[in-house]
Design a protein around this ligand. Sequence first.
Ligand SMILES: NC(=O)c1ccc[n+]([C@@H]2O[C@H](COP(=O)([O-])OP(=O)(O)OC[C@H]3O[C@@H](n4cnc5c(N)ncnc54)[C@H](O)[C@@H]3O)[C@@H](O)[C@H]2O)c1
Length: 510
Amino acid sequence: MEGTLTRSLVFTGFMGAGKTTCAREAGRALGLNVHDADAVLIERLGESIDAFWAREGEAAFRREEERTVLELLAGPPAVIALGGGALGSLATREALQAHAVVLLDVDAETAWSRVAGSARPLAKDRAAFEALHAERLPVYRAVSNAVLPAGGPPVIQRAQHALAALARADAPGVRLLWASSASGDYPVWVGPGAASAPWPLPDSSRRFCVTDQTVAELHAGRIAQLSGMVEIPAGEQHKTLATAELVWRALVAQGATRGDHIVAVGGGVVGDLAGFCAATFQRGIPVVQMPTTLVAQVDSAYGGKTGVDLPEAKNYVGAYHQPAGVLVDPGLLTTLPAAEFAAGYAEVLKTALIAGGPLWDAVGSGAPVDEQIIFECARTKLAIVAQDERDGGLRQVLNLGHTVGHALETTTGYARLRHGEAVGLGLLAALRLSGADELRGQVRGLLEEAGLPVSIEGVDVDAVIAATAKDKKRISGEVPFVLCAAPGDVRHGAQVAADDLRASVAEIVV
Ligand SMILES: NC(=O)c1ccc[n+]([C@@H]2O[C@H](COP(=O)([O-])OP(=O)(O)OC[C@H]3O[C@@H](n4cnc5c(N)ncnc54)[C@H](O)[C@@H]3O)[C@@H](O)[C@H]2O)c1
């Protein structure tokens, strides 16, 4: 492996992320030398970091740390674990541009539970620790080529092929996001040319593309080594069992077997439907998602929810089927009609409201959607799915704006509103129900700026309210709502008073 490496694999992240153990595991799995920058530094200092820090102060420590790290980065390709504060050095950040930097993403609470009471000089006071976490996170993210959940060596083992591809720079300019969930892990490659990112399945598994007629003409040609192709008509009205049958039968006609896989190239409709066909064809074959709309790139391609609509309600028949991989090329969005892009923007807003923090800071300030925002939306969704794959609790926050949104889609026969347009309206209803009037005003302004509707005519309020009762999240009794008091402060399973629901719907139905 070492002979083929073009750059070092450098693990970074906050205290307690597990950089040293993960670097050791990566070195073992990939057959590479491992250097732990802190250990090298301790040897060089001849005493513990704590002792040197206490006597000489942080600035002196950072100088020694920078010197050590720069020497390691200038050496032969290897696996290197950096100290949590090493990225404070500009020279280090510049030197890292030539390497594959892996961020082990750990939240402040988990990190604190791992390091509280240790000898680390910066892990003595919880409030200061959390403030430092918030300050450093954007710096880690800005330099990273890969983000992995801080799940320790098992995650490294499962991600080893993707990490090796990263260290070999197989697909330069494409970043890795590692998705972890109860039923399986998979790589998400994001960047220009993601179509040529390392394919997440062996060559022995043949590829059958499922796409819609619009996308087929524009983008399906990007997939190499196709053994078959199934085109469906474009649009939500075709996300049906009848279309699924068409796909199953076309796969049979083209000779697909249990050893093969589907690559879904398209928006959320293709992704949901092709994913469902993959979940059920011969009792389940893998699917690789290649999202081509903003909705799909920031949301629907991840998390494994697949399915079709019934005339009675949306997404009523389906299966959980995690993709084998997701290939996200934001460049594919250049052919997307403006109205479709705008519809995707509603999902960006939803995700940023859920995430809060730097993602909301960017989106809430009206920043244009770019690769970084797409990457962060994907990361946010995957972090939620990692904790609750099957919608038992936390995952329901992703439904923010969707209860009323889906009800609007159903009552308008899936024909008048794009999904994202309905979600935008649903967000306004949810924020009204949350009592977050100022935030509602801000979101309303952002929706308008994006060219999205903030009201809809000719819809019956009672019909919309009746349709919310069919929401799939309802287990019994009342419909649970997702409320957002502030960006990053989202609560699921909330009960709302009938009058409040009526008022929130009446406000958007004119
Ligand atoms: N599974 C999930 O977790 C999840 C999450 C959110 C939404 N969804 C589902 O996603 C669907 C909506 O997805 P969508 O908004 O992507 O709609 P879509 O798939 O219907 O795509 C919208 C339109 O854009 C066209 N198109 C796609 N890519 C294009 C490109 N690059 N250039 C030009 N045209 C292109 C399509 O042909 C279609 O006409 C809904 O069915 C919704 O339920 C699923």
